[in-house]
Design a protein around this ligand. Structure first.
Ligand code: ATP
Ligand code: MG
Length: 320
């Protein structure tokens, strides 16, 4: 059974991606699971082409460095021809109303929005259906898109003939949810402009220490000691959760005498947690040959995996 997960190169990967997703992908992934760097999804809003190319390469290196088996990896745009063809077939079984109902489009889409912002959930359906993925682990924000993929698979199968596995969304096991260190009301995110509260996977140790030292702890009364109070002190709770995720304990078990001690412990735990990934990424980026080979192998496997589904779908649709 294939499970498909993707990460968009909308910015540099951060500690939240690592603690909440990437390290679990590496540890818990099944032998048929697939992981995509979804660079085509990064094009729905204004972006810089050279930056996108560099971020895509970096993110592929991050996934390898995290320990995900290279044969499970693929860069989405390496399949752009197959995905372009399948997206068109799926757009022709998707209604405009269905696409326009997607809450992410409703939130960002106005008349000037790129048409790709409206249609990218159909491209996402093509990613899933081309690979025959049965399960797609997603958070709440992507649930609706997997439901769309499910509807389109069913509709294509019943209109033209059985070809696609009907995928279902699965909720990933609860993992750490890391918040921004300087604005704990929002989650740490790749696409945040202000990097002060974001610990990137490739930040050098001293920068990580400085960012953690400046983290908001929501308390001027430092004599009160360190308490785990997610609602009242989200900044401090975030630090406790980060420490707990690195140390492999529950947040309630974390005890420190002062916020200063907590911050030093969080900084050192993060530095050590991220060090092997950062060092391996640096090696991979310094030896382009290895990364190129991994990328080409992944693309070929993914293309071969999808080829019969795409040719059957084209034939059943009366084209190709
Ligand atoms: P963007 O700002 O472009 O949405 P992002 O940082 O939210 O980027 P995604 O590509 O949306 O990252 O998500 C990749 C994976 O990382 C998903 O599995 C998501 O649940 C997880 N993830 C993202 N941010 C966090 C976070 N702050 N804490 C824990 N997990 C996270
Ligand atoms: Mg996100």
């Amino acid at each position: 059974m294939t499970r498909l997960s993707a990460i968009t190169p909308s910015g540099h990967a951060h500690a939240g991606n690592h603690l909440g997703a990437l390290r679990h992908w590496a540890r818990d992934g099944g032998p048929e699971d697939l992981y995509f760097v979804s660079d085509l999804h990064a094009m729905t809003q204004s972006y810089s082409p050279p930056r996108l190319r560099a971020l895509t390469r970096e993110l592929l290196a991050v996934l390898v460095a995290e320990g995900i088996a290279p044969e499970r990896l693929c860069v989405q745009s390496d399949l752009v021809r197959e995905l372009g063809a399948l997206t068109w077939l799926l757009e022709c079984v998707c209604s405009y109303g269905e696409a326009a109902r997607m809450t992410q489009f409703k939130a960002k889409g106005d008349a000037a929005a790129r048409l790709g912002l409206l249609t990218y959930p159909v491209l996402m359906a093509a990613d899933i259906l081309l690979q025959g993925a049965a399960e797609v682990p997603v958070g709440d924000d992507q649930l609706q898109h997997v439901e769309l993929a499910r509807s389109l698979a069913r509709r294509f199968n019943s209109t033209y003939g059985e070809v696609f596995t009907v995928p279902r969304a699965v909720t990933p096991p609860t993992a750490a949810r890391v918040r921004d260190l300087s604005a704990p009301d929002r989650k740490m995110s790749k696409s945040t402009r202000d990097a002060a509260g974001t610990v990137f996977l490739l930040d050098p140790p001293d920068l990580i220490r400085r960012k953690v030292a400046r983290a908001v702890t929501d308390s001027s009364d430092h004599s009160a000691g360190v308490a785990y109070l997610p609602d009242e002190r989200p900044g401090a709770a975030n630090l406790i959760e980060i420490y707990a995720a690195c140390a492999g304990v529950a947040p309630k078990e974390v005890e420190f005498g002062s916020y200063g001690e907590l911050k030093s412990a969080v900084a050192e735990a993060l530095v050590e947690e991220l060090r092997p990934v950062r060092e391996r990424v640096q090696e991979l980026l310094a030896d382009p040959g290895e990364l190129d080979r991994i990328r080409a192998d992944g693309a070929q496997r993914a293309r071969e995996r999808g080829a019969h589904r795409l040719s059957s779908a084209l034939r059943l649709a009366g084209v190709g």
